[in-house]
Design a protein around this ligand. Structure first.
Ligand SMILES: [Zn+2]
Length: 588
């Protein structure tokens, strides 16, 4: 059995699982089959029993069609509520039965072996309690590693699939689809409803159009689950999976609890798995605690520093269009600042939700250029607390002679800082913009003039520091190019360039020398020249700080072999034997 991750997004991945020349995509569903229950025509892998077709899992066989191997080993599983000592005892017995598939209890993780697939014992019992489920799944995933496939038997209703996949579950099964059809329940991503409650079924699948009774309803439940699985895989491949999960979590307080507990108590477990680039999203109240949004806020406070030549802070509201610098409202702010005569003494910083404080230099990085939020002028208590707290910490670390706030009253009313206010009603009204220009003309006059070239260099340094934690690449270099494609040169040799499509700097081989000396973002490989990709099997070691999507330097024994983009995080590079670890842009 062999698993290969193809796309990483949020906490999880979409991949392909191969066995006996058959392959199935994950996240996926194992299909229960018996004399009385037919799986869907396109089912790849079946769960079947040699017995009477009852829905018990004990002793069930898991086999790809048409061969009889391998099987889920007979297992000895105590209910989760029983003491850990009993689970340890059962785990010993289970590990002796295990081959490539291992039944694993969240209460006995000391020695889980190195199976390809793990079957979570008590998955249904655990899932009925969000806190126990989240704790179990985090502990199990940490114990079995990122490469193993995780299967939660007995779970797989359409409404559960996205949350399960977000919890790093790769395989669910069709047992609950069959059970629900038996109970005359119509399943959808919005939950379960009695089929009889609908005058006409709200679905146009073949099961609903042509099917009747149990068989029709079963076919519908199959279709609803498959459609959701495809939606999940697509969302992962396009970098919008977290948004899908936030929507699906609205189906019940139970689902919501799973996500909220993960966000509140397992931020690190999530963050290490979240890529540094992803798709655009519409922010919801849940987005405030998105691991990639929290990472942005953390990096602004820990890695970012204001431009040294800026003496005045100008706080601005966000814009609908992204990046801010390209939006109509920010063009007007830019003009108003430009008219003051000494514009680069002024540093523009945007206050927004869910990101908090966004220095203008970071407006093209992920997720600053990738979020949308409904702007109503009404800020929740959580948003107010986040914004006020972040602004306070930002100002503790970045000192300005003067703070000017050009913020509408709905923000200014709760931002408690010592600032001059230039907003007169709407921030882009003529009166507001004139007031801003007048104020800045008077305040910036005493300062020495700061050139755009100076600011451009600082701007580039801010992007480098945000990405790599260091702007050392700039030492002795010149910066050329127009916003946002700033390029760093050593005389005529290009070292790197900010690529807005990635929201990151891409380095050349010359730039890679600098990164190699940074002792961060390195991947050590066996002795070969990486022509297009470095596969995980060729990785010897990697910086655990690497996140999927990061710019990384490929090394062998101190020699630079290439530079490229990480296709998995550093921990996964070390653990995995399959899949691309680095997509190499330049090699020696
Ligand atoms: Zn249907």
């Amino acid at each position: 059995m062999e698993f290969e991750a193809l796309h990483h997004d949020a906490t999880t991945r979409a991949g392909v699982l191969r066995l006996n020349e058959r392959s199935m995509h994950t996240p996926g569903i194992l299909w229960y089959a018996s004399d009385r229950i037919d799986p869907p025509d396109d089912a790849v892998w079946l769960l079947s029993q040699n017995g009477d077709g009852s829905l018990s899992h004990a002793g069930s066989f898991f086999r790809p069609l048409p061969r009889q191997e391998p099987c889920i080993p007979p297992s000895f599983v105590y209910p989760d509520v029983l003491p850990g000592a009993l689970h340890e005892q059962a785990a010993g017995w289970n590990s002796r039965q295990a081959g490539d598939i291992h039944v694993v209890s969240a209460k006995a993780l000391d020695d889980v072996g190195d199976a390809s697939m793990y079957v979570l014992a008590n998955a249904r019992e655990l899932f009925s309690n969000p806190r126990r489920f989240v704790e179990a799944i985090v502990a199990v995933r940490e114990a079995i590693g990122s490469q193993a496939v995780l299967y939660t038997p007995g779970l797989g209703r359409p409404a559960d699939l996205a949350v399960l996949a977000y919890c790093t579950v790769d395989l669910a099964d069709s047992v609950p689809l069959v059970e629900s059809a038996r109970q005359d329940m119509f399943l959808s991503v919005d939950g379960a409803n009695p089929a009889g409650a609908y005058e006409v079924p709200p679905c146009r699948c073949p099961g609903c159009i042509d099917g009747e009774g149990f068989d029709g309803l079963l076919q519908h439940n199959y279709n609803a689950a498959m459609a959701e699985i495809r939606m999940i895989r697509h969302a992962i491949a396009t970098g919008v999976f977290r948004s899908l999960v936030e929507r699906r979590c609205q189906v019940s307080p139970h689902h919501l609890s799973v996500l909220r507990l993960l966000d509140a108590e397992h931020g690190r477990f999530q963050e290490t798995r979240f890529p540094v680039q992803a798709g655009s999203f519409a922010a919801t109240p849940l987005s405030l605690s998105r691991p990639d949004v929290e990472r942005f806020r953390r990096r602004v406070l820990s890695r970012y520093r204001k431009p040294p030549s800026a003496s005045m802070l100008l706080l601005l509201p966000c814009s609908m269009g992204k990046p801010y610098s390209r939006s109509r409202s920010h063009n007007r702010f830019h003009e108003a600042v430009g008219s003051c005569g000494n514009p680069y003494v002024v540093h523009r910083v945007v206050v927004t939700s869910p990101l908090g404080v966004v220095p203008i230099e970071l407006d093209a990085v992920y997720p600053a250029a990738h979020y949308d939020i409904s702007v109503t002028g009404r800020w929740s208590h959580d948003e107010q607390a986040m914004l006020s707290g972040m602004l306070e910490r930002y100002l503790e670390q970045n000192h300005y002679d003067l703070v000017v706030q050009h913020l509408p009253n709905d923000i200014a009313s709760f931002v408690d800082i010592d600032a001059v206010n230039t907003c007169r009603g709407h921030p882009t009204s003529g009166g507001s913009l004139d007031a801003l220009t007048d104020m800045l003309r008077e305040e910036t006059a005493p300062y020495d003039s700061v050139s755009w070239q100076t600011r451009k260099r600082e701007w580039t340094g801010a992007l480098l520091r945000y990405q790599f934690g260091s702007a050392g690449l700039l030492d002795g270099m010149t910066v050329r190019g127009r916003y946002p494609r700033f390029r760093v040169f050593d005389s005529d040799v290009q070292m790197g360039m900010f690529v807005p499509e990635r929201g990151l700097f891409s380095l050349t081989l010359d730039g890679a020398c600098w990164l190699a000396g940074l002792d961060r973002y390195w991947v050590e490989i066996e002795d070969f020249v990486p022509l297009g990709s470095v596969f995980a099997v060729g990785v010897v070691d990697a910086d655990p700080g690497i996140r999927c999507g990061d710019e990384v330097v490929v090394l062998h024994d101190g020699d630079i072999r290439g530079i490229g983009e990480a296709s998995m995080n550093g921990a996964e590079m070390r653990e995995s034997e399959k899949g691309e670890a680095v997509s190499v842009r330049h090699h020696v």
